[in-house]
Design a protein around this ligand. Sequence first.
Ligand code: GTP
Ligand code: MG
Length: 448
Amino acid sequence: MAEVKSNLSKEAERKLRSLFEPVNLSLLYKANVHGYNSAEFHSKCDRQGPTLTVGYNKPGFIFGGYTSMSFAQTGQHLVDEKAFIFSWNSNDPEKQPLRIPVANAQYAILDNNGGPNFGAALVFLNNNVAAVITNPGQYYTFNAEELHGGDLNLTECEVYRVESLGYMLEKPWRTVQWKAEKRKELIDTIRSYKPPVTTVPQVRVLLVGPVGAGKSSFFNSVNSVFRGHVTSQASAGSSATSLTTKFRSYFVKEGRDGKPLPVVLCDTMGLEEVTGAGLDVDDVVSIINGHVPDRYQFNPSTAIQKNTPGFIKSAELKDRIHCVAFVMDACKVKIMSAKLEEKLTTIRKKINLIGVPQLVLLTKVDEACELVASDVSSVYKSKFIEGKMQEVGARLGIPVCCIVPVRNYNNELELDCNTDILLLSAVIQMLRLADNYFDDVGCDEKYD
Ligand SMILES: Nc1nc2c(ncn2[C@@H]2O[C@H](COP(=O)(O)OP(=O)(O)OP(=O)(O)O)[C@@H](O)[C@H]2O)c(=O)[nH]1
Ligand SMILES: [Mg+2]
């Protein structure tokens, strides 16, 4: 399934998060995409831990309920002292959301095979229609008019997984010098890097990962650091399927007319969970072996063949990929589907056979943790980000020492020193891994 976008505006999300301790909200289910259908809701939301159900109506009310329990279609009432229902009127943005705690925790949630059901007081997806039933009573006490303004019809219904952001460590678990001198030192190291094999002028790093993970943005961000201002040469943005459809080998240049740096970032189409959609696993192998030309138009239904126009038959070491970066969105790690994980594992196995070193770029650390959003230098103090790094490592079978968090530039115009340091550190890590690769292959250039 391609990327599904949340309906919440930044302001609405901030307001809803204010109902909790610091949390992250990950979208699991969206009725206008997955259908107003309780079976669909259960297939996406059962056994996901705490969730927030959010309904939207025409008058601008955003309302719903929270449960700290998992939906599991037990047919029983779930006891949940932490459950509450809420409402926020987007026409009155200054006002804090209304929070109605459960009055009788024994009946907080009716966990049947219907939609989210808050003690029969607020019921979603009843009869699979785009409307709610409200029934203020002994389990939740509220004024229905205040909750939804009198309009029971929904324009959208979403369910989010609610994950606690945990706490901030006093000491970071990786030490980084967040100083302008460090930034300069990293830039100098990259600028003066030379691959140890004379026939290879530049290290080629392949960026692979799910649709919308931030592959193109990573190139744009690194390029921005060396250009001295934020640029966006590669198209980046949100789209249901991959925005990038061509293979691109991007040179990073220092300044406008500067000479290319010794690293080339190779951008690919996003991976999708279904077969025949997004980047083809066999295309990854061909790219790594240096057979795919720049600007090759990916075809999700067939991988590149020897007789495809442009196919590079006699690829040399300089044409091959010397390091692979799996680009993974920190906000999506938890909800990554088993099918996508399987595809990534298949790719990993194939790359292992070829013997190319790999790392993970964990992107969107700002979106995943608001504490990091307000201060990028706290990235190694955030328990939440540490947890995400461990989790993505476990799911992809990559040790945490090969995982680097990054925050790509996405809507700002000016560079930020700490953001640059994270981006540059990621590039340094790629160069180190490429060095290992060159050590392994030596000067032997005989490849298939
Ligand atoms: N907040 C934030 N947004 C990011 C970050 N990285 C990427 N984005 C945003 O995420 C969206 C997708 O980014 P892209 O760079 O287009 O992702 P991609 O992996 O190239 O996607 P496809 O080419 O479609 O597979 C864009 O709207 C970016 O602005 C990040 O680190 N933080
Ligand atoms: Mg892209």
